[in-house]
Design a protein. Structure first.
Length: 237
């Protein structure tokens, strides 16, 4: 056990989905898992283990932002022995070709976070996804006819920029950044550090270019493709 997790050794499967929102973790367990069992509730960051297509899998909420995610990911890897970690979240759109409801599969994750930057000085470390998970998820998305994009994601520590709209992201949109979220770069950095597999898949729910966005109800229903794709990728189903 840890200060943030009261699960016992063996309570988690080796593959886990990582939503930020604890209620999304609960929704995933209740709507996708068979035989779901809650394994963690410390600070209401809920964790569950069940099966998907006959294979054991877990889901654990991480909270918002890279500092919070880093705590849970570090412990899941080093205390509970997890080997495959897939972030499932939402993102804002920074590229006109990414439409609301599209999936963004993060090949790499640019960041403004000191968590990554300060750990590697004088170098600029480039956090990237596990290629096997990336390739598998793309092939599955293609076969299923899902609308998806593969490329560079921005993991930002800032939600409310001083500069409004796209201005707050400087030159990044002009250099192919597809969307913005708040966790993937730290996930990829820790996965590299501890030699495990990681991938981030996000649904674009609000566009900073067109200002189109999903309602809370539509957002939940639109996440079904992302969760199914992520579960299949996580367990190799």
């Amino acid at each position: 056990m840890t200060p943030h997790n009261h699960a016992k050794p063996g309570d988690y499967a080796e593959a886990v989905l990582l939503p930020g929102d604890p209620l999304r973790a609960k929704w995933i367990a209740e709507n996708f898992f068979e035989n779901a069992v809650q394994v963690n509730s410390v600070r209401n960051c809920l964790g569950y283990t069940g099966t998907w297509k006959g294979k054991r899998v877990s889901v654990q909420a991480t909270g918002m932002g890279q500092p919070s995610l880093s705590i849970y990911v570090h412990e899941l890897i080093n205390v509970y022995g997890l080997k495959t970690l897939i972030r499932v979240g939402t993102c804002g759109g920074l590229n006109a070709k990414v439409k609301v409801r599209d999936l963004v599969i993060a090949q790499g994750a640019t960041t403004d976070s000191a968590i990554v930057r300060d750990a590697f000085s004088p170098f600029n470390f480039a956090p990237i996804a596990d290629f096997g998970l990336l390739r598998d998820s793309v092939e599955r998305a293609e076969k299923a006819g899902m609308r998806y994009h593969v490329g560079n994601m921005l993991s930002s520590d800032i939600f409310y920029h001083i500069e409004p709209g796209l201005t707050g992201y400087g030159r990044l949109p002009a250099h192919g950044i597809l969307g913005v979220e708040m966790e993937a770069a730290a996930l990829y950095t820790l996965a590299a550090r501890f030699d495990v597999k990681a991938l981030a898949i996000c649904t674009m729910t609000d566009c900073l270019i067109t200002h189109g966005e999903l309602s809370a109800e539509d957002r939940q229903s639109s996440l079904k493709e992302m969760i199914t794709l992520s579960l299949d990728t996580a367990v190799g189903a």
